[in-house]
Design a protein around this ligand. Structure first.
Ligand SMILES: [Zn+2]
Ligand SMILES: [Zn+2]
Length: 450
């Protein structure tokens, strides 16, 4: 079998742990007063029938093998990574992104092995990098954050070749272009009074930062560590926030509404499985990083954690319910299967052509990137917005949810908010507004010209 590469290191670990686990089993059976049998199948891995099970009736080796299998099947069936790709894994400090990096690395190793073995070596091996976004300069300077970043840096550089770059940057640095003056980001966040809105805005800014790092460094795919559990949280919190229309865009395997398409290869794995794998592989998790004041998101995740205790498959049920909503056109890769081998420059052209013919222009919210519902689009086109001041026009382009949760209500704060937003967020609207203005003023000419 070809997939033994990662399993081998796991096997030695299994042998070491096996003794301890078996001792444990003996103790348990002694306590229960059950008769001492040589092969107590109940405690053994149900796949290999040899080693004690540690998670879901699987031993460490078989557990890792099955989780990697799930990842690999998702990547293959959705054409997520092609040989010419340059893949950027977004590390968050959590177990999902850590496992994502681990598995992408493993896949790259296997691709390299078959490249080395092949005679013509025509199939290139995709390259891999990792990125960590510091949410604020003050946070980034804390001792815990510095330690976490250093640990991640060591880990990435310690992975076997091909070499992987590790990018570390802060939102201030990459979006505001102002590493020393962190007041821009904090004053922007100060204008948002709602705790949920504040956290969401930070999340959207992080996403924009990831896109920018990927774009500036020539990456062609962005891998996130989102899993069934985190996506189930998103389904519920999006429903509470009134993001029902744009929700299906966020929970698919592929999201190519951004310049660099986002892929979620761990979408079918549970958070518990990923945490367990990190534990078994001895990876550090830097969870303390994502602390925030209580809000809708944190309430929903503690709710999910609780219902999961009763029934571990609950997150799957929730995500499956969300799947009933129809995804958008951008929830697939345009450069899929047939022209995998074509250089990315050509692929991009083909993709643009395919997009032009198949995608009705989906209008996206400039803050969260969510597609606008029809009622919002009508709003955008109303002359009230088109003829109004920059910040009012901007608010007209935002989705209902962002308007309620993030945008300040009183005009002076809204104006301040708008002036502090990074240009990447406001530029798109002013460009769209210009086009709309043009279409509005020269409607007849355009029609005549056609
Ligand atoms: Zn096993
Ligand atoms: Zn929005």
């Amino acid at each position: 079998m070809s997939s033994c590469g990662g399993g081998q290191s796991g096997c030695q670990r299994e042998e070491e742990e096996d003794g301890a686990d078996r001792a444990c089993n003996v103790k348990i059976s002694a306590v229960n007063g059950s008769c001492k049998q040589d092969d107590d199948h109940d405690d053994r891995c149900f796949k290999c029938r040899e080693i004690a099970a540690v998670y879901n009736k699987l031993c460490p080796g078989c557990f890792r093998f099955s989780l990697y299998g799930k990842f690999k099947a998702t990547v293959t069936s959705n054409g997520m990574i092609s040989p010419t790709d340059k893949v950027l894994v977004a590390l968050s400090g959590g177990p999902g992104s850590r496992v994502a990096l681990e598995f992408v690395h493993e896949m790259q190793l296997k691709a390299k092995k078959s490249w080395d073995a092949s005679k013509d070596q025509s199939l290139p091996v995709f390259s891999v990098g990792a990125v960590f976004i510091i949410e604020s300069a003050s946070h980034g300077q804390s001792e815990a954050a510095q330690k976490a970043i250093e640990e991640m840096r060591c880990h990435v550089s310690g992975l076997s070749p091909p070499e992987k770059l590790f990018h570390v940057t802060s939102i201030e640095n990459i979006l505001f272009g102002n590493p020393k003056n962190e007041s821009d980001l904090s004053s922007l966040l100060e204008t948002v009074t709602d705790a949920t809105g504040k956290e969401d805005l930070l999340r959207y800014l992080r996403m924009k930062s990831l896109q920018k790092v990927a774009l500036e460094n020539g990456y062609s795919k962005l891998v996130l560590g989102s899993c069934t559990t985190t996506l189930a949280c998103h389904v519920l919190s999006a429903a509470v926030k009134g993001q029902g229309y744009s929700l299906p865009a966020d929970i698919q395997y592929v999201d190519s509404r951004w310049e660099i398409p986002i892929v979620l290869p761990l979408r079918d794995c549970l958070a518990g499985e990923l945490t367990m794998l990190c534990h078994l592989d001895g990876h550090q998790i830097h969870q303390d990083y994502a602390q925030a004041s209580p809000n809708i998101n944190s309430l929903v995740s503690s709710f999910i954690a609780r219902v999961q205790e009763e029934n571990p498959s609950r997150p799957r049920t929730i995500l499956r319910t969300g799947e009933k909503l129809r995804p958008f056109n951008f929830n697939r890769l345009f450069e899929n299967l047939p022209h995998k081998m074509i250089p990315s420059r050509v692929r991009r052209k083909l993709r643009a052509a395919a997009e032009a013919e198949s995608t009705p222009s989906e209008v996206l919210c400039p803050i969260c990137g969510g597609p606008l519902a029809e009622s919002d689009v009508i709003n955008v086109k109303s002359t009230d917005y088109l003829l109004s001041a920059g910040h009012v026009a901007f608010s007209g382009h935002c989705c209902q949810s962002c308007r309620f949760q993030i945008l300040p209500k009183d005009p002076p704060s809204l104006e301040k908010f708008h002036s502090l937003l990074p240009r990447t967020m406001t530029e798109r609207v002013s460009l769209r507004k210009q086009i709309e203005d043009l279409l509005l003023s020269s409607d007849d000419e355009v029609c005549d010209g056609m």
